[in-house]
Design a binder for this molecule. Structure first.
Ligand SMILES: [Zn+2]
Length: 241
């Protein structure tokens, strides 16, 4: 399994692409989130129209879903024919259907390539991956995701503070990407995570901190410089599991 940090930025970052992760194994590519500022980075990392077979959406905030519209439009324009699975909670799937209808993205019978909408809780496998999800504590419904393949496990938080369910999901992961908006709890927000809280997550051998507030990346990096477990990936970084 190879995990690529496509984007590591938070919602309002003027430089970093939105938080977005590509997970690949056995020739299958799955994207986690595709926000408004992630789509060009996705195009640079994955120029082929057919390569991504599934997209998991953690929640329906703009920095996690709005890149889907240009992404699907570009694939249609490039003549994609291969099927695409969109996976999320039923609530997020309903919002995506409305978004696509509003912006004339064809995903029904007239779609240039088949698009299926899969309720993540009822989806146990996608491509070569076993998939499981768990809620985090965010301002809207957000479900963290774990992907298992070949005896290895990668988990990704999306947004939000850990819950008992998401901590259990993360516990068995070899690698976790967790949002870490700010370095100190005192700067924190009730709906986002901070460095001490990420430190308290037990289980994963390594934790990549992403979705860090613009202007606080340097502080988070400095805080984990000598940490064997926590690290701050740059956009484009790849980790093989
Ligand atoms: Zn976000």
């Amino acid at each position: 399994m190879v995990v690529t940090a496509i984007g590591v930025g938070e919602a309002f970052d003027a430089v970093e692409p939105s938080a977005c992760v590509l997970v690949e194994a056995e020739g299958f590519a799955l994207l986690i989130d595709c926000g408004h500022a992630a789509v060009q980075a996705v195009w640079r990392a994955v120029p082929e129209a057919e390569r991504i077979g599934a997209i998991y959406l953690t929640h329906a905030h703009a920095d996690h879903v709005l890149g889907l519209v240009p992404l699907l439009d570009r694939w249609a324009s490039a003549g994609r024919r291969g099927p695409l699975a969109l996976m999320a909670s039923p609530e997020v799937l309903a919002l995506l259907r409305s978004l696509f209808q509003l912006l004339r993205v064809r995903t029904g019978p007239d779609s240039p390539f088949p698009v299926s909408f899969l309720a993540a809780a009822e989806t146990k496998t996608i491509g070569p991956f076993g998939i499981a999800t768990a809620p985090t504590a965010h301002s809207i419904d957000n479900r963290a995701v774990a992907l298992a393949q070949g005896g290895r496990r990668f988990a990704c938080s999306g947004d939000g503070r850990p819950t008992a369910e998401s901590r259990a999901l993360y516990a068995g992961a070899d690698l976790l990407f967790h949002e870490c908006l700010v370095p100190a709890e005192a700067e924190g927000e009730p709906d986002h995570c901070d460095l001490p809280t990420v430190h308290s997550i037990g289980g994963p051998e390594r934790i990549g901190l992403y979705h860090i507030r613009a202007g606080r990346r340097a502080a988070v990096k400095a805080a984990v410089r000598n940490d064997a477990r926590l690290f701050v990936p740059e956009a484009g970084d790849r980790v093989a599991l």
